[in-house]
Design a protein around this ligand. Structure first.
Ligand code: ADP
Length: 177
């Protein structure tokens, strides 16, 4: 079983995935790390400091792990594209994401692009199948993880719970060269 923990960079995927994985001894695959470490990419985008993922290589990499692990957590902002059985879409207030990504040292253009993706529900819109959306704003990790466990146990589905457009529309008209 593949559980995808997806959402805009900075929304808390890795933090939540680690706590969830530790609680149940479930293997967590950090997609970004795996892509870098195992060269599961076709090229590197120097300007955006990101990699163009080779999804066929990544799928084979995951399949190999699945030979030993019944359940895996896919932690990453493209995990919803990796044929998950269940997708948890984490959401967070764009201002909080902005702070986190600036602290992470992202370039202003990359910060803005990710804030815009959060406002436009990009990960949620791209997700298919069983989806459960959670607004993590102001919540501690244990609380978020408890809700995820309860949702998976009860096969809950939920989406469309946040709308940042009204309050943060101005970010969509911004442009950084
Ligand atoms: N629920 C939370 N409450 C407070 N801080 C959080 C929470 N979740 C994540 N963070 C912090 O936000 C930053 C980004 O979290 P991370 O898990 O790396 O996000 P992602 O994997 O989505 O990029 C980290 O500094 C982390 O400690």
């Amino acid at each position: 079983m593949r559980i995808a923990i997806t959402g805009t960079p900075g929304v808390g995927k890795t933090t939540v995935s680690k706590v969830l994985g530790n609680k149940f001894g479930i293997k967590v695959i950090d997609i970004t790390e795996a892509v870098k470490k195992h060269k599961l990419y076709t090229e590197k985008d120097e300007e955006m400091d990101s990699y163009v993922i080779d999804f066929e290589k990544l799928e084979n990499f995951i399949k190999e792990i699945e030979e030993k692990e019944k359940v895996i957590i896919l932690d990453g902002h493209v995990s919803h594209l990796l044929n998950p059985d269940y997708t948890i879409v984490l959401r967070c207030n764009p201002e909080i994401i902005k702070e986190r990504l600036e602290k992470r040292g992202y370039k202003p253009k990359k910060v803005l692009e990710n804030i815009q993706a959060e406002i436009l529900d990009v990960c949620l819109c791209e997700s298919k199948g069983k989806i459960y959306e959670i607004d993590t704003t102001g919540r501690d990790v244990e609380d978020i993880v408890s809700e995820i466990i309860e949702a998976i146990k009860n096969k809950k589905e939920r989406k469309g719970i946040v709308d940042w457009t009204e309050k943060y529309f101005d970010y969509l008209t911004l442009e950084i060269r």
